[in-house]
Design a protein around this ligand. Structure first.
Ligand code: SIN
Length: 293
């Protein structure tokens, strides 16, 4: 099968043309996609048509699909598939998560000690007025930092708390004790090194971070605010204008993303898998050291 990987924003987002993702992919194609995914971060495929089973089969070619803590977002058919949607079922219950509100800059799974860092998002139904999704590249952001800031943040860890993240979502019930038990605060290094290229990258998540491990609260917050402002400057950002059938893969090890709000009266449905990418080929921030008291 002949295919090409073409830059679409001149920086880090690439469109892959010529592949039908519902068909089995040859190993050399998977290897080429893996390499582009791990080094560039965002891969866009247009005009796809996948069942949930096919989405999981595709995802498995890159790593084990992970079950995220939000089992209330799972599709009824496949536990590894979650639904991102504002739609409700006939009993008035949400069929997925994240509603129709704006989603601020965040990194999927950052609130997990050992995060599964691959996300695959497939657009099934969308509102007329669209709602763009944006990705910010944290390699580019790191490389553009002044040397003094690079020295200041080396070795520091940010603290992530899902309680903060959940408070930003539409339509959420208060956190259950069970969900709290499964999402204690965790810490991850602010700077990681790519295992293949050796490039350094920031790891951030303004929607979820509550401070810097070991720094006074205000100092930690100011430092994170400065890094977040820097990292989301327009020159580091790719804007995706969705079409039905788009499938986007991104690497949360070195990308932030956010989404525009949309009209709650219109339906939007995406299916997502979360993949445990290999730390030999991708940045996987993981920390077992306890957070300082
Ligand atoms: C997400 O943040 O995972 C969802 C993005 C979107 O709804 O476009």
């Amino acid at each position: 099968m002949s295919f090409e990987i073409v830059p679409i924003d001149g920086q880090f987002a690439f469109e892959v043309r010529g592949l039908d993702l519902w068909r089995p992919l040859a190993q050399d194609i998977v290897d080429a996609l893996e390499a582009a995914w791990s080094s560039q971060g965002v891969l866009v495929f247009r005009r796809q048509a996948l069942s949930e089973e096919e989405l999981v089969v595709l995802s498995r070619r890159f790593g084990d699909p992970d079950l995220i803590v939000r089992d209330d977002w799972q599709s009824g058919n496949h536990p590894a598939v979650i639904q991102i949607s504002n739609m409700k079922n006939s009993q008035g219950r949400s069929i997925g998560g994240l509603g129709s509100g704006e989603l601020g800059w965040h990194t999927d799974q950052s609130y997990v000690a050992d995060p599964a860092t691959g996300s695959v998002l497939y657009m099934v139904e969308m509102p007329r007025d669209n709602a763009n999704t944006y990705w910010a590249n944290l390699h580019l952001a790191y490389e553009a930092l002044p040397d003094a800031m690079k020295r200041r943040i080396e070795g520091l860890r940010a603290v992530y708390d899902y309680l903060k993240r959940q408070s930003t979502y539409d339509d959420e019930k208060p956190m259950s004790e069970e969900l709290r038990r499964r999402t204690p605060p965790v810490a991850h290094p602010l700077v990681n090194t790519h295992p293949v290229s050796g490039r350094k990258s920031l790891y951030l998540d303004p929607t979820t971070t509550v401070g810097i491990d070991g720094l006074p609260e205000e100092e930690g917050r100011e430092l994170l605010d400065a890094l977040n402002r820097h990292a989301t400057r327009p020159e580091f950002v790719y804007t995706h204008r969705w079409q039905i059938g788009d499938l986007v893969m991104w690497d949360n090890g070195f990308l932030l993303h956010r989404r525009d709000p949309f009209d709650a009266q219109q339906n939007r449905l995406l299916k997502r898998t979360t993949i445990r990418l290999s730390p030999q080929r991708h940045i996987v921030p993981s920390t077992t050291t306890p957070i300082a008291a």
